[in-house]
Design a protein. Sequence first.
Length: 84
Amino acid sequence: MGKHIEQSTKDLVVTSIKQDGLSVLEAADKFKVSTKAICRWLSDLADNGHTSILEMNKLRRENQQLKEIIGMLMLDQEKTKKNR
């Protein structure tokens, strides 16, 4: 059986993932808990039919990457217009 982890620590880990965007691996390393435990805590919090915390963080990262790509494309487009 694994070691007991205080509820306050669980809450801190989940908050770090939800609000700070920490990945499960980063949180596991930072708080010295297993990734399996963190995934179980997150799963317990997820409502059926709603997007999980992990999925939300993944979507946030993808959204940020897309914004960066769009920004680069817009800069290239402006450069092309100026060179005409």
